[in-house]
Design a protein around this ligand. Structure first.
Ligand code: XMP
Length: 314
């Protein structure tokens, strides 16, 4: 069966199933965007797309997602919930606890949006590996993954999952056909920068991490374009609550540490750290310490594979 037929069939099924207001949490990621565009094709403005800005998005991300979803003709509401997330995360530094708080707050925000638009249906961009992999087994929880849009089973909504039987490559083909431009972005964790800011989650420290991530992305992408390196599967910066003594001009500074992480991987289950030319790492280090003068005075590169490390630091 070809991709257009998959899409047409999906839209027809959605049309049949949804006869009232529906809601979808849209992060701008490929799965939720494909699901939203299909549902929009089926029921138009009866579909309410909600993008929750948690305050932990990448630099410029909310604006980019807004533009993309608007261009796709979706009925979109952006909810700035950052105040609430920062407030509930005050003093929370343990990674699993952080993830729990973020997951819970996300659900609270979403419930409020559901109540305000009176949705009866919940469209989700669940794809085949999502439910196959969570199907059981006695594995240790290494990290409780939170997917923006991954809501609990007890919500009082009829769940509709148009992509349940499809795999990532098929979703990519659908996205291309639907002219969705997000298909080649690198993976980004549901809790966002919150798992890249180790220690206290303040706005200031989050902003520092956001800047550092943007610098890493920019330098790697320029390096790859210039043929100096291969673009890693995933690449970012994390802010560590480790202070060290440094010097700026004549002054002593006592700032925190940025770690740069870049890996090669197929599916994120295992990974090898990427070998990056020193010239590029050096540019990154100079830009980060200049931009975050006083707050960050040391940049290090992580040379740990997964296992034993994980890709993210939390
Ligand atoms: P780890 O850090 O466990 O990550 O080696 C493997 C891949 O998953 C991403 N990741 C997440 N993705 N929700 C997600 O949707 C999450 O909570 C989450 N935590 C980690 C990580 O960025 C990497 O690509």
């Amino acid at each position: 069966m070809d991709t257009q037929m998959f899409i047409d069939e999906g839209v027809a099924i959605l049309k049949e199933k949804i006869d009232d207001i529906a809601i979808i949490a849209c992060s701008g990621g490929i799965d939720s965007t494909v699901a939203a565009v299909m549902a929009n094709g089926a029921v138009g403005d009866m579909l309410h797309c909600v993008y929750v800005d948690t305050g932990f998005m990448r630099k410029g991300e909310t604006e980019e997602v807004r533009e993309m979803l608007n261009d796709l003709g979706l009925n979109l509401k952006i909810v700035d919930a950052s105040e609430r997330f920062f407030k509930h995360l005050e003093g929370v530094t343990e990674p699993e606890e952080k993830r729990k708080v973020i997951g819970e707050q996300f659900i609270r925000v979403f419930e409020e949006e559901q109540a305000s638009c009176g949705a009866k249906y919940l469209v989700q961009g669940t794809i085949a590996p999502d439910w196959i992999e969570s199907g059981g087994g006695e594995r240790d929880v290494i990290k409780s993954h939170h997917n923006v849009g991954g809501l609990p089973d007890d919500v009082d909504l009829t769940i509709v999952e148009p992509l349940r039987n499809f795999y990532k490559d098929e979703i990519r083909n659908m996205a291309a056909l639907l002219e969705i431009p997000s298909s080649n972005r690198q993976p980004f964790p549901g809790p966002g920068l919150a798992v890249r800011v180790l220690g206290d989650l303040t706005r200031k420290r989050t902003e520092a991490c956001r800047e550092a991530c943007a610098i890493v992305e920019e330098e790697f992408e320029m390096g790859a374009e210039a043929g100096e390196m291969e673009i890693p599967w995933q690449y970012f910066a994390a802010l560590l609550p480790v202070r060290s003594v440094g010097v700026h001009g004549d002054a002593r500074v006592y700032g925190e540490t940025i770690v740069v992480r870049a890996v090669r991987s197929i599916d994120g289950m295992s990974a090898r750290y990427s070998e990056i030319p020193h010239s590029i790492l050096q540019k990154i280090s100079t830009r980060i310490t200049n931009t975050l003068k006083g707050d960050v005075n040391r940049v290090v590169y992580d040379i740990t594979h997964k296992p034993p490390g994980t890709i993210e630091w939390e």
